[in-house]
Structures are given as C-alpha cells and as structure tokens.
Design a protein around this ligand. Structure first.
Ligand code: F6P
Length: 324
C-alpha cells in the first residue's frame, strides 16, 4: 500500500457522473494545495490520460463548483484503457507530465482501472462516486443521496396524478445491475412494490398487492423497478392484464444523475477528498477511501473490486410491510 515521494497529484472523474464529483474535485485540489502539492486535473477520465488532457487546478479553478452537478473535468468510459497497451500509454503520459500519484473518482468500473495502474506500480487512491451506490466498503457513494432525493421529488409528483386517475404507475429508476437506488427510493416514496434484480418476486405477488390495496381503499399504486430488474413496460402490461387496472410507465432516466448535490453529498465528497490526499501524503496508496462508522476507512482496491455491495434485504422487506 506504500507510495514514494509525491509532488504532483493528478485527479480525474470516470464512469457515469454523479452529483458531488465537483465537490470532491474541489476537496482534492484545496487539500492538496494546503499540503504543498501541485494538483493536475485530467479531463475525460482515463481517455484524458491517453490523450494527455491535463490542466493544473489552482485554488480559484475549483471556486464556485461545490454546489454544481456534473463534473468540470468531464467524464467518460474508455475501452482502450482496459487493454495492456492502453495502460502502458497512460503510464507513459503520467511520467511525462511528472504526475506522481492519481486520485480516481468513480465507481466499480473506474476502480478496476485504478487497480490496473496500482498493480503496475503507480500510486493511486480511489474515491467512490456513483448514483448506483453499488461500491462495497463505504456506507454510501457520492451522488447517491442526491439521486435518491431527485427520484423522490419526481415520484411525489407522479403520485398526485396516479391518485387522481386511480392508476398503477410503474417507475423505472437507474442502478445498472443493482437495486440499491430502487430500494431507498421505494421506501422513501411508500411504493407498494420494489422490483430489483437481487430478490425475485413472482408477478402474482405484485398483482396481489395491487388487488389487496384497492380492496382496502387505496387510490393508486407505485411500483418502483430498478433498470436491471427487467422491462418496465412489460411489467406494466402484465399488471394490467392480471388486475384489470389502468397502468402507466415513467422512466426517470438521466434526471437522476444531474442537479446540485445535497448537503449530505457535499459533506461526504469533501471528507473523502481530504482523506484521499491525506492517504497519499502518508504514503498509503492502492486503496479506496470510504465512509464508515464514525469516520473514513481505507480498503485495498483488490478487495473493493473483488466484492459486491449487498442490498439490505430488511430495508426491501420494510418497504412492502409499510405500504400495506
Ligand atoms: O452508473 C451510473 C449509471 O447512471 C447507471 O445507473 C446506468 O445504468 C448507466 O450509468 C447509464 O450510463 P450512460 O449514461 O452511459 O447511458
């Protein structure tokens, strides 16, 4: 986990953007400068390493971005970086630019890239940022809280019209192949069913909830489905056929990735960013900084990429218990 004498720290954002990435960039830059380092931003994620898209980040360059969604360094998914040739080119660019360590802000895919650099002897530290919240060894990833709040904001409005027309709404949220976002959103909006890839429920169970709810006097149904759990339109069709209720589908999509980060995400981003620079300063590399318990914890990247973050089954069940 050790890293050699560091003077210039590079920082990049990679994968799907997440609200709070800018707050993390500000944190890395300002903490880095406070400790006497020069901080260099790499644009377009790993692609920028290959293209040499570097720019020095001054204190002022990261002013006014704490509250902004997206990432001022842009983000990308880079196929070429997955190849040994791509990684060799990236390492050559880093040496050419005299960058001694790299902070990588992103999700699981980005950490696989980070691990590849670490295994070739380059000092890296990862910061988890993804609305999917599927990174293990951190309580939450940067961006998740904002995405949950955005989805809740949208679904509260859908609920109004669902009630007026006494309809069943199937609402698809993001999450790639995980259901963390769907479960949190489902619990927060009082969804009657939360459909996620991790736990399977037969369609009959979902339809029975709709029937029982109506028998008890409910005027609407909200079914939150994670994008990785199947086709929202097909599910709505099945509910219509089996219950006779009128259904509608809303795919929330990329709205969940944008917007000003919540205070919680800004605080998380600021703390993790500072911890990442401190780790480099103390000579600890090849790790991810995560939030946990009463502070920040460091986990080797090997462990981070080889494990999956599990969905809290109790929380998923609670959503159904409370929506009776
Ligand atoms: O990983 C974040 C995420 O928003 C996923 O939830 C989603 O599956 C994916 O990125 C969408 O990627 P893109 O923006 O490339 O379509």
């Amino acid at each position: 986990m050790g890293c050699q004498r560091i003077r210039r720290i590079g920082v990049l954002t990679s994968g799907g953007d997440a609200p709070g990435m800018n707050a993390a960039l500000r944190g890395v830059t300002r903490k880095g400068i406070a400790l006497g380092y020069e901080v260099v931003g790499v644009e377009h994620g790993f692609q920028g390493l290959l293209d040499g898209a570097f720019r020095v980040l001054s204190l002022r360059a990261v002013g006014g971005i704490l509250q902004r969604g997206g990432t001022i360094l842009f983000s990308a998914r880079c196929e070429e970086f997955r190849t040994p040739e791509g990684q060799a080119r990236a390492l050559a660019r880093l040496r050419q630019e005299s960058i001694d360590a790299l902070v990588i802000i992103g999700g699981n895919g980005s950490f696989a890239g980070a691990l590849a650099l670490h295994q070739q002897g380059f000092p890296v530290v990862g910061i988890p940022a993804t609305i999917d919240d599927d990174v293990p060894f951190t309580e939450h990833a940067i961006g998740f809280d904002t995405a949950v709040n955005t989805a809740v904001w949208a679904i509260d409005r859908i609920r109004d019209t669902a009630t007026s027309h006494e309809r069943v709404f199937v609402i698809q949220v993001m999450g790639r192949d995980s259901g963390h976002l769907a479960v949190a959103v489902g619990l927060a909006v009082g969804a009657e069913s939360v459909v996620i890839p991790e736990f399977h429920e037969p369609i009959e169970v979902i339809c029975e909830r709709v029937r029982r709810g109506r028998a008890r006097g409910k005027k609407h149904d909200l079914v939150v489905i994670a994008e990785g759990a199947g086709d929202a339109y097909h599910l709505a069709q099945q509910i219509k056929e089996q219950t006779g209720m009128e259904t509608r589908v809303t795919v929330l999509g990329h709205i969940q990735r944008g917007g000003s980060p919540t205070a919680r995400d800004r605080i998380l981003a600021s703390r993790l960013a500072a911890a990442a620079v401190e780790a480099i300063d103390e000579g600890v590399c090849g790790v991810m900084v995560g939030s946990g318990g009463d502070g920040v914890r460091l986990t080797p990247l090997e462990q981070v990429v080889s494990e999956r973050r599990l969905v809290d089954r109790d929380m998923w069940e609670l959503a159904h218990v409370l929506a009776i």
